[in-house]
Write a protein that binds this ligand. Structure first.
Ligand code: ATP
Ligand code: ATP
Length: 154
């Protein structure tokens, strides 16, 4: 039955980690912070259809510095030619991070109590030669990805 499937799905997320359900970084739609929000660009962002768009600085997709919400564009005058950086600086939506190996149940819990339903996923790289670990951005996960996992259990 559908009820049983949902119950099984809910139990199965206990064994899963973020990287199994996330959207991989190459498929994530992001914008450089110097993007100018003119009429053409706003139309393009709306057409692509995501509600929340990670924003990166210094041409480095690993360096996410903010989130642009499509609703932030509603009151924007395209003729002002504001940059994404300016709009993000005004709204300051916090960027949440989780590690690639975080259990889904833990992410679900943090989405439940937190302010946002989206997190960037990062992975630690430990090197034997360099003392500090480095971080690589590997994807993006939303509440929707976890709910889908619960509803789609076989
Ligand atoms: P909403 O449902 O609130 O309109 P949305 O459709 O933009 O938001 P979600 O419903 O949270 O996004 O997620 C739907 C799918 O899209 C998920 O698989 C999620 O990982 C993916 N996703 C969300 N934002 C992006 C983005 N900026 N680039 C690529 N994939 C994204
Ligand atoms: P998003 O999370 O994509 O920004 P949202 O916050 O508008 O969207 P949901 O997250 O889907 O909406 O729902 C949050 C809560 O707000 C739910 O309880 C939903 O029933 C309620 N809600 C959504 N839209 C409206 C609306 N137009 N009027 C009143 N309540 C709404």
């Amino acid at each position: 039955s559908d009820e049983l499937k949902i119950a099984v799905g809910a139990m199965e997320i206990a064994d899963k980690i973020v990287e199994q359900v996330m959207t991989k970084i190459d498929d994530v739609f992001m914008l450089p912070d110097e993007t100018i929000l003119n009429a053409k660009m706003i139309a393009e962002i709306v057409r692509i259809g995501y509600t929340r768009i990670p924003v990166y600085s210094e041409s480095d997709r690993n360096n996410v510095t903010g989130l642009l919400f499509v609703k932030d564009l509603a009151l924007l005058d395209p003729d002002d030619n504001f940059s994404v950086r300016t709009v993000c600086g005004y709204h300051q939506h916090p960027v949440k991070y989780v590690f690639n190996d975080t259990p889904l149940a833990v992410v679900l819990e943090s989405f439940k109590k937190g302010d946002g339903h989206l997190a960037m996923v990062k992975k630690v790289h430990i090197s034997e030669t360099v003392e500090d670990p480095s971080y690589e951005l590997v994807g993006l996960v939303t509440l929707e990805d976890i709910v889908e996992e619960i509803l789609q259990a076989e």
